[in-house]
Design a protein. Structure first.
Length: 182
């Protein structure tokens, strides 16, 4: 096992990140709206997020038990590094969105691992959110323009922005409340 997060830690971290992130969206509305509108085509954000995702993935390939494929680990590492370099070279369009999708897929594993075989039904709030992230990650990688359109839609009307911010804060509070009930 590569990760060793407890369910309590996962609920606390995700709940706090949702709460603080969406509270910041309420308090710094214009700044964050402008930053979000620029995000999908940002080369700097794309490079940084993609490098983080590539290093994370390469680390998984390097340290995960591959079972009967362990003898092929050097080839897998070579393919991972070559794929990352080629992606940085040739995939410039919406790289930030695609990298965000990759990170959503990568972060899903430790969170689902934390909830694995736990009897508490409150874990389903985290698991449901993570599966939503998995679906979103697949769409972000395959159809990255959808995030640009979603950002344009949510930032077009102040009521949508506030509703999205309050919903995110509410979900963060819910996860923290579930954590407190353990």
């Amino acid at each position: 096992m590569i990760y060793s997060f407890s369910l309590e830690t996962a609920l606390s971290v995700v709940g706090l990140l949702l709460l603080v992130g969406h509270l910041a969206a309420l308090l710094k509305t214009s700044f964050l709206q402008n930053a979000l509108r620029a995000f999908p085509r940002s080369p700097t954000a794309g490079f940084i997020l993609f490098v983080v995702a590539a290093v994370w993935f390469t680390g998984l390939v390097a340290f995960t038990d591959l079972g009967e494929f362990s003898s092929m680990r050097p080839k897998f590492l070579l393919f991972a590094v070559a794929g990352a370099v080629l992606t940085l070279r040739f995939v410039r369009e919406f790289l930030a969105v695609r990298a965000l999708g990759m990170l959503l897929l990568l972060v899903a594993e430790p969170l689902l691992e934390a909830a694995w075989m736990r009897p508490e039904t409150g874990k389903l709030w985290l698991v449901g959110l993570v599966y939503g992230w998995i679906i979103a990650g697949l769409f972000l990688i395959g159809m990255p323009y959808l995030l640009r359109d979603a950002i344009a839609w949510v930032t077009a009307a102040p009521i949508r922005w506030k509703a999205a911010s309050l919903a995110g804060m509410g979900y963060g509070v819910l996860l923290l409340a579930v954590r407190a009930s353990f």
